[in-house]
Structures are given as structure tokens and as C-alpha cells.
Design a protein around this ligand. Structure first.
Ligand code: SF4
Ligand code: SF4
Length: 366
């Protein structure tokens, strides 16, 4: 494998060059003891913590939570349309492999979307492989890996106090041009050590791959009673979609009058009551069971049947942040009737001393 073995100082110097090269640089920073993606002005702000995941993904830098599609003005004789300026070139630094894979899922959904495609074309992604796993992580169950490369142009792998840097695309190679003087080429034993580290993190996750045929089996459970049981707990708050790196649904709204106005789009969620409500008042998904079923079936049945990969990258954010403790892994198992129904209105029991999510991991991997 090609790549370099770099010291912490060499990586910091390289990051400083990236931040200074004129493109927008986005990376994890610490805000109120949380890791969040933010535009950075110096490499010193960047937190490349291989043990910690950001609270939210970097999705908003490719698909903003709200953006203007166009605005209009009517001056009595003609209508003037203003469209947004071209998006800036940007480097997204420090995405976990699951978040980079989430970007690939967005690419599948939004490839024909002009605004998204322009932003994506101008984006280079530097991911950081994981040195440990959180209790809610399950990338290995849905086709990912703590050192997965999908969606990344370059990857940093923490190793023994330093880093391996591996280029994955031509755009990734271009990001290293001009900085390589003094960089040591990584040796076979470096890659072997990294491989051993990867296996240890995979073992810590402990989630067996969900078989591909699960998608068709799940699609066949459209009328299952378990959706009712699951959805009785779901508040329909939509948070699970907002924190998800692979959810790309949005709504379009007009704000203005006959003289001027703006058309915007904003993140939306199939879990929200008005997501499918028609202008005439009819809602084809009138209750939470139908909405929650849509979320699970879109991610784990319809999308993989169409695109060949799950629309979930196993980041675990929805599990960690859902206010009522709904866990997509347990929902899958329950929808497939692989576990006994969870008591309505209660979160799954957690054994004493067991980290949150650990017992839920067993539910999907069993
Ligand atoms: S975060 Fe939880 S309660 Fe909110 S919509 Fe998602 S599953 Fe339902
Ligand atoms: S569905 Fe949940 S676990 Fe899967 S990628 Fe989205 S936020 Fe992460």
C-alpha cells in the first residue's frame, strides 16, 4: 500500500498548509466540551481525536440545513431572478469513515441535484480512521469499517503516537503536493500494525454484517404489527434524520409576496407529521407507525434494493441522541421478529455497568 508515516508535527504542519491554501477548511473543533464541525482559521483549532466522534456529521457543509435556491424581484415590468453564488472550494477534514461513507450515500441520492453536485465537486475529504469504537457504533454491520475508505480522498490512520497518511484519489494526492519533502514512506510493518489495530476496533464493535438478503426480508414485513409497537415510542421529532450523515430529504418553501421573495430548501424528515401532507390536507402516512416504518424501510430495505448498500452507515448518532432511546439496530431486529417485542413506552433494559447501547448491539448482531 502507498502512503507516508508522519509524526504529529508533520501532520500539524500539513494541516496548517491546508488551512492556509485559500479554500474553506472545515474540521472538528471543541465547543462546550462537544466536538463539532466548524470552519477553521488555523490548524491549532483542529481536534483530530481518533477516539471521539463529532456530535453531528459534516452533512451541513454539503447539504446546508437551509439554503436559498433563488430569489425574485418584480419591478412592475419584469421579474429578476437571482441565483446563489457558486459554493466555495472546501476541504472537509477529520470525518470518521462512517461519515465519509454517509457522503457517498448522499451522492447516491442527490447526484442529479445541481446545487449539491456543485458543492460536492468542489469538496475534498480527509477522513481519520478510528482507534476505538463508541458503544453505539456498528459500521461493520452495514458494510463499513473503522478504516473504511468510501467517500474519502485521503485518510489519516493514527498509529503509535504518529500517523499514516494514505491517498485514495487523485484529488487526495494533489492535497499532498508541495508538502512531501521529508515525509517517510510507510513500511510494510506500519501497514501491518495498522491492520492489527483495525481488527481490534472491529472486535470491540462486535457487530456481524447484516446479510444483504435482509433488505428483501424487511420489505416483506411492510404489514408487520411491530411497526405499531416501535412507533408508539417515537415522538416524531425528526432528530434522528437531522443528525444522520446519510439522510438527504428536504422540503422547499416560498417566502415572499407578488413583488419579491425567496425560495428556500431545508432539511426535512419522514418522521415528521407534515412530511407527506398534501396541500389538500390528505396525508398518506397519517400516523407515526407509517412514518417510522418509512424511515427504517427506506434505509434498510428500499435503498439497498435499489443501490446495493444500506442507507445507514452505522454511526450510532440516532441511537445516542433519540430522546426516547429508539435504536435502529433493535428496530431492525424487532421488525424482523428476531427479538421479543420491547415493552411499549419503555427503553430496552440496560445491564448494570454496561455502557449505553451495548445490549442493543447484541440485538442486531444476533
Ligand atoms: S429521534 Fe427518536 S423520537 Fe425522534 S423521530 Fe427519531 S426515532 Fe422518533
Ligand atoms: S440511521 Fe442512525 S446509525 Fe445509521 S447512519 Fe443515520 S444516524 Fe447513523
Amino acid at each position: 500500500m502507498d502512503g507516508w508515516r508522519l509524526t504529529e508535527e508533520q501532520v500539524r504542519a500539513w494541516l496548517a498548509a491546508l488551512v492556509a491554501d485559500g479554500r474553506r477548511a472545515v474540521a472538528p473543533v471543541e465547543v462546550d466540551r462537544l466536538l463539532l464541525f466548524r470552519e477553521v482559521g488555523s490548524a491549532g483549532e483542529i481536534r483530530l481525536d481518533p477516539h471521539g466522534r463529532t456530535r453531528w456529521s459534516a452533512k451541513e457543509f454539503l447539504l446546508p440545513a437551509t439554503e436559498t435556491l433563488f430569489s425574485y424581484r418584480y419591478d412592475g415590468e419584469r421579474v429578476a431572478i437571482d441565483t446563489p453564488s457558486p459554493p466555495p472550494e472546501q476541504i472537509l477534514i477529520g470525518l470518521r469513515p462512517c461519515d465519509a461513507a454517509g457522503t457517498a450515500r448522499l451522492d447516491d441520492q442527490l447526484a442529479g441535484d445541481e446545487l449539491y453536485a456543485r458543492r460536492r465537486e468542489r469538496t475534498v475529504i480527509v477522513s481519520v480512521a478510528c482507534a476505538s469504537a463508541g458503544p453505539a457504533c456498528f459500521c461493520t454491520a452495514v458494510g463499513g469499517s473503522p478504516a473504511g475508505t468510501e467517500g474519502s480522498d485521503l485518510q489519516l490512520i493514527p498509529l503509535d503516537g504518529g500517523w499514516l497518511l494514505r491517498p485514495l484519489t487523485d484529488r487526495g494526492v494533489a492535497l499532498t503536493a508541495g508538502d512531501r519533502a521529508g515525509w517517510a514512506v510507510a513500511a510494510e510493518q506500519d501497514w501491518a500494525m495498522a491492520e492489527g489495530q483495525l481488527r481490534a476496533v472491529e472486535d470491540a464493535i462486535g457487530a456481524e454484517p447484516v446479510p444483504p438478503e435482509t433488505a428483501a426480508a424487511l420489505a416483506g414485513r411492510f404489514e408487520a404489527d411491530s411497526w405499531q409497537v416501535l412507533a408508539e415510542r417515537c415522538l416524531g421529532c425528526g432528530l434522528c434524520a437531522y443528525v444522520c450523515p446519510s439522510c438527504g430529504c428536504f422540503d422547499v418553501t416560498d417566502d415572499g409576496d407578488v413583488f419579491c421573495g425567496t425560495r428556500c430548501r431545508s432539511w426535512d424528515s419522514c418522521g415528521l407529521a407534515r412530511f407527506t401532507k398534501h396541500a389538500a390536507g390528505h396525508n398518506p402516512r397519517p400516523g407515526q407507525p407509517a412514518r417510522y416504518r418509512q424511515r427504517i424501510l427506506h434505509k434498510l430495505a428500499w435503498f439497498p434494493l435499489e443501490h446495493g448498500s444500506f442507507m445507514c452507515v452505522g454511526c450510532g448518532r440516532c441511537t445516542e441522541l433519540c430522546p426516547v432511546g429508539l435504536d435502529i439496530r433493535q428496530s431492525l431486529a424487532l421488525a424482523l421478529d428476531q427479538v421479543a417485542d420491547a415493552p411499549t413506552g419503555q427503553q430496552p433494559e440496560q445491564a448494570p455497568g454496561q455502557p449505553p447501547g451495548q445490549e442493543r448491539k447484541a440485538a442486531i448482531s444476533s
